[in-house]
Design a protein around this ligand. Structure first.
Ligand SMILES: [Zn+2]
Length: 133
């Protein structure tokens, strides 16, 4: 079971910077090719920026060229939530942190084999923790 983290929007706003708040709590999108984890390739774990829930390992990351950090899979324990998103005249599947319900990005089915998935995640929604050397 994933422990739920509940905070008021005022609390989130106080803890996150302006862009993090806009993306995580208001389903915004950072500008492509600007995120700090887009070209990032160190070994470690990517956690939810809002609550610290572990989402991806560096092994899941690949270079998609789309402008945002891309992953082909998630940690078994991540259990990322999917939600239908019909905003901006498109039908997409939105990804939410299962612990704090923050927006992470979207999932598409144009990723690499064998799963064919592309988790398209905003850098500002992630907090990287390097593996111990
Ligand atoms: Zn979270």
């Amino acid at each position: 079971m994933i422990e739920k983290i509940q905070k008021t929007e005022e609390q989130w706003q106080a803890e996150l910077d302006e862009l993090e708040y806009k993306v995580l709590r208001q389903a915004g999108t950072e500008r492509p090719f600007t995120g700090k984890y887009y070209e990032h390739s160190e070994k470690g774990t990517y956690n939810c920026r809002a609550c610290g829930h572990a989402l991806f390992k560096s092994e899941h990351k690949y270079h998609s060229g789309c402008g945002w950090p891309s992953f082909w899979g998630e940690l078994e324990t991540a259990d990322i939530k999917h939600k239908m998103d019909r905003s901006h005249g498109m039908t997409r599947i939105e990804l939410l942190c299962p612990a704090c319900d923050s927006h992470l990005g979207h999932i598409f089915n144009d990723g690499p084999k064998p799963k064919g998935l592309r988790y398209c995640i905003n850098s500002v929604c992630l907090d990287f923790e390097a593996d111990e050397k």
